[in-house]
Write a protein that binds this ligand. Structure first.
Ligand code: OAD
Length: 260
């Protein structure tokens, strides 16, 4: 979406949501690419600007693509890694880190579940982060699945694994692959146990992450959505804050704890 063309609007935070956050014991937040959009990191499914509007996921984000053309896949992820390295956390990331600090200070538990692989939440100061789709900055062996920190300089693209010689690959989840088991279990636990679940900047169409807000709903959580556009969750959310997360999240944190 073109944020520059969006009118400046104040998004009212519903008072009963403010009160629920003040008294919450367990809060879970699910983020998607939209939370990093204001850092200049492209989303996936938005018309024109989304990565999947410009590139074919089956050419770049599947194990079959890597088998067919490992060099193109490696180079595409290297390009994204550089893009993310130049990006900075935006006020939305910073507000989520502040939300965690404020809740923890009051004895409440906070889990940030992210589908993003850009590491911007951690760079903003978030502590309890569950990465469902891996992390761009990590590399793993395509045969043994183990994370590889470094390898000898080489002209080969992708470089070979220093332990077994198989190709190295980015430590991200591709279509058709299982999510890291511990991360998924932690995310499901956080969703099921949350009394407030906030879905931010995700189109909510990629499973299993897409089911987390619905699991939270079934377990009785107050489910809130922050997104400039409607998603499949919108009709079921208790509150929908329609706007960019870089504006809504700081306003939310200020509204809940004006004293900081
Ligand atoms: P999508 O590109 O599908 O959705 C991005 C969402 O962010 C949309 O709903 C937008 O309306 C919203 N959005 C855009 N700008 C925003 C802003 N400033 N503030 C808040 N929201 C904004 O991205 P994801 O839902 O993250 O998986 O996609 C899920 C997964 O599909 C990704 O993790 C990736 C992708 O294929 C893998 O690569 C495995």
């Amino acid at each position: 979406m073109n944020l520059q063309r969006m009118p400046l609007v104040l998004i009212p935070i519903p008072p009963d949501f403010i009160n629920s956050l003040r008294s919450a014991r367990r809060v879970a937040v699910l983020t998607g690419a939209g939370v990093s959009a204001e850092s200049g990191v492209p989303t996936f499914r938005e018309a024109q600007t989304g990565l999947w509007a410009q590139f074919e996921p089956t050419d770049l984000a599947t194990p079959q693509a890597f088998e067919r053309d490992p060099q193109t896949v490696w180079e595409w992820y290297a390009w994204r890694r550089e893009l993310v390295a130049r990006a900075e956390p935006n006020p939305g990331h910073l507000a989520l880190a502040a939300l965690e600090t404020s809740l923890n200070r009051r004895g409440a538990h906070f889990t940030l579940i992210t589908q993003n692989v850009d590491g911007l939440h951690q760079r903003a100061g978030s502590q309890n982060v569950v990465e469902l789709h891996g992390n761009l900055s990590q590399t793993k062996c395509s045969r043994e699945d183990r994370v590889v920190e470094s390898w000898p300089p080489t002209r080969r693209v992708p470089p070979p694994c220093p332990h077994c010689g198989a190709l190295l690959r980015p430590d991200v989840v591709w279509f058709g692959e299982a999510l890291p088991r511990e991360a998924l279990a932690a995310a499901e636990r956080a969703a099921n146990e949350s009394d407030i679940f906030i879905s931010v900047g995700t189109s909510g169409v990629v499973e299993p992450a897409a089911s987390l807000p619905f699991a939270a709903l079934e377990h009785g959580a107050i489910v809130v959505e922050i997104n400039p556009e409607a998603t499949p969750l919108t009709p079921l959310a208790a509150h929908v804050l329609t706007g960019p997360s870089g504006a809504v999240l700081p306003d939310l944190v200020k509204a809940v704890w004006p004293e900081g």
